[in-house]
Design a protein around this ligand. Structure first.
Ligand code: SER
Length: 588
């Protein structure tokens, strides 16, 4: 089975169950200050899981691009990926456990043709916040899963979310596939046996975890499911290594060709090749997003930089000595995925040029690190300052007959990881899709700001990104020059006048084509011609009436009247990247 067959089967199946198919959202969250990347199919849907109405209805399905960076240093095994695709279906307060489980079962056994003998499931065993999920047990039994194949597990295994520190979450039921063709699956399901591979997760999101750590019932009971394509593709093709599937194998073959080594030559080589393939693929996808992310020392750009540099280091360990080789792997990623994700082809030159540039920059750093090493630098300094993986330092040390104090290194590494975990946890601090009043106000202010910028600077201005915390708004937009003081004042004045007029903020639902026709701003990368929500501030779309000050395609939420916003002030205006300016603003 190919990856495209799985994607198509999945979407067709849920379409036949009256789900609207929604396109993959960008990898970079819109208006979400709390995380750098979209990490699950449900992530762009948080406002809707919390009760906002979705314009496509209350049954949705998608294939979502995802990035998980928490454990970058753990990539290298057979199934861990920084970039992956997640198949998912959602009920927003519509169906619940019975239909979700029955459909999961139907899809696995009838569409993916998995024999029931190779399936096992786990459910939540219950604790002080929520009881044992007997309902799910009974539904699984009713479709034919025997009791001995149903494990009851704790919150650690069978509870999903929130994705940040607060937000929608709930008990889940996971499905496992017996991934061994030689031996039949044992009668009893032992979740610790690694030949049982988890392939799908149905989450019953009926709680909201609050900042105080309480679990309060959500306005609606939702279903959120997720199936990783890479692993499912591997097991369905009888493989025990995702990197041998069509989603990776062409990259691996290229790395073999460039390095003159074989993928399975040794454990170290397998690991290094996986890291190269994983990291370059993730960098390509991040840069392909229409947000112009480039390697840098900040936020998403920093992640791209780390990924590319780590790939290069492992490439070096594999003895790849060709100049500018990362683009050769990137070309394969683009070729293999461009049908599904046209943004890869559209941004091809941008991606390849940035890879070249970063490779050249890193080469200089590496040379400096090597000189330090010659002088006897400490393994940890080489890691933290010059980014040398310990394996590389060990190799070098071996060549030179030098001893490395690995215990000391591990000790320092542990401290370092604790620090960086705390730092990334900080990113989630205010909770996923924080929907406080302050955030809502700044979100509406962002719409006013875009409209004002277009009036003052011209219609070439389009939004390139935004990031809102309860304290401030950060807004990136296309423009080539620094704003003059007069321009900044003019923009502020326009926004504040609009606030004073206390204009109504109206949400209308319409087709994407209608929205475009009305000149609504927004991201038009959508493929399915679906319904969208348009937030209009002031005026009306009716012919003959006053035009709106702002019209944007947006998920919301927003305030009802601009008068609620207070006084709008630009605190900073600076460059963000080539051709992109960044404004920071507050409401007083
Ligand atoms: N959100 C759940 C997960 O990521 C199900 O999609 O596993």
């Amino acid at each position: 089975m190919t990856s495209q067959e799985i994607r198509q089967k999945y979407l067709d199946f849920f379409k036949s169950k009256n789900h609207a198919i929604i396109p993959s959202a960008s990898l970079i969250p819109e208006n979400d200050p709390t995380t750098l990347f979209i990490s699950a199919g449900m992530h762009p849907l948080v406002p809707f899981l919390m009760g906002e109405k979705h314009p496509q209805g209350n049954r949705l399905a998608s294939v979502q691009k995802c990035i998980r960076t928490i454990d970058i240093d753990e990539v290298g095994n057979a199934y861990h990926h920084t970039f992956f695709e997640m198949l998912g279906n959602w009920s927003l307060g519509d169906y619940f456990k019975k239909q979700a489980i029955e459909w999961s079962f139907e899809f696995l056994t009838k569409y993916l043709d998995i024999p029931i003998e190779r399936l096992a499931v786990s459910v939540f065993e219950g604790d002080e916040n929520a009881h044992l999920d007997e309902e799910s047990i009974n539904i699984w039994k009713s479709v034919g899963i025997p009791e001995s194949r149903i494990a009851k597990l704790s919150k650690e295994d069978n509870w999903w979310g929130p994705a940040g520190q607060t937000g929608p979450c709930g008990p889940d039921t996971e499905m496992f596939y017996w991934n061994d063709d030689k031996e039949p699956a044992p009668k009893d399901f032992d979740p610790k046996n690694t030949r049982w591979v988890e392939i799908w997760n149905d989450v019953f999101m009926e709680y909201n975890k609050t900042a105080e750590g309480e679990y309060e019932p959500l306005k609606q009971k939702n279903v959120d499911t997720g199936m990783g394509i890479e692993r499912t593709l591997a097991v369905l093709n009888g493989l025990n290594d995702d990197y041998k599937t069509e989603l990776f194998i062409n990259q691996i073959n290229k790395v073999e060709e460039l390095s003159g080594k074989k993928y399975e030559e040794s454990e170290e080589i397998t690991k290094a090749m996986r890291i190269v393939a994983d990291h370059i693929k993730a960098s390509v996808f991040i840069m392909a997003d229409d947000k112009n992310i480039v390697p840098s020392n900040l936020d998403q750009g920093y992640v791209v930089r780390r990924l590319i540099r780590r790939a290069i280091r492992y490439g070096r360990m594999l003895n790849i000595d060709k100049e500018l080789w990362t683009r050769e792997i990137a070309r394969i990623v683009i070729k293999d995925y461009k049908e599904t994700y046209p943004e890869l082809e559209n941004n091809k030159e941008f991606i390849l040029n940035n890879l070249d540039e970063e490779e050249q920059k890193f080469k200089k750093t590496l040379e400096k690190g090597l000189r330090e090493f010659e002088k006897g630098a400490d393994a940890f300094v080489l890691f933290s300052t010059y980014g040398f993986p310990i394996e590389m330092t060990q190799e070098l040390a071996k060549e030179k007959g030098i001893e490395i104090d690995i215990e000391k290194f591990n000790e320092q590494m542990k401290k370092h990881q604790e620090l960086s975990r705390t730092a990334s946890a900080g990113k989630f601090k205010s909770g996923l899709a924080d929907d406080s009043e302050e955030t809502k106000k700044l979100h509406t202010a962002a719409h006013l700001l875009l409209a004002a910028l277009r009036k003052v600077l011209g219609e070439n201005v389009i939004q390139k990104g935004s990031n809102i915390t309860p304290e401030r708004l950060r807004f990136d937009f296309s423009h080539n020059e620094k704003l003059t003081d007069e321009q900044k004042q003019e923009v502020e004045k326009l926004v504040n006048e609009t606030i004073k007029e206390d204009l109504q903020v109206i949400c209308e639902e319409m087709s994407l084509d209608q929205a475009k026709e009305q000149g609504a701003m927004g991201i038009f990368e959508s493929k399915y011609g679906e319904k969208v929500k348009v937030y209009a501030i002031g005026g009306s779309s009716d012919a003959g009436s006053e035009p709106s000050f702002s019209r944007e395609i947006c998920a919301g939420p927003h305030v009802k009247h601009t008068g609620e916003l207070g006084y709008f002030k630009i605190t900073k205006e600076q460059s963000s990247s080539a051709g992109v300016r960044r404004i920071k603003a507050i409401l007083e």
